[in-house]
Design a protein around this ligand. Sequence first.
Ligand SMILES: [Zn+2]
Length: 146
Amino acid sequence: MRGKKRTKKAGANKKKVPINKDAYSDASKNSLGHEFLGEFYEDIHYQCYKCQQPAIFTAIQQKKSFEIRKEYMHQQRILCRNCWLKLRQLKCEMQNIEQLYSLDKEKMKSDKEFLQEWLFILKEIPKFGKKTNTARIRFIEKILGQ
Ligand SMILES: [Zn+2]
């Protein structure tokens, strides 16, 4: 008896994280795959799209994402935490730029530095696996005379 209790499988001391399907978002519930979810989350190992470093989407993080923040269950993680934070920063800068532009288009169109920064961010974001905004890039390059 005693010996049996003591034999632990590798990783058995890791707490299992149960899946609560009912807590998923409606979009997830309606998606194919929801009914096939297992009982427990498992760590997902992946490589960051941007920096190529190995990263882990842990069981606990999955539970928080899908059940508390109600993220869509088929949304894939492709970035490590550092790169994800960098992307969030870029998106934030992009928002500021777009807002500045919409406030005074004519003035901003003549601000070369502003346009160059905008162009830089537009070209940087696709490196994180996001879509390239080709129309916007061409629009700015045209103003800059490139
Ligand atoms: Zn990374």
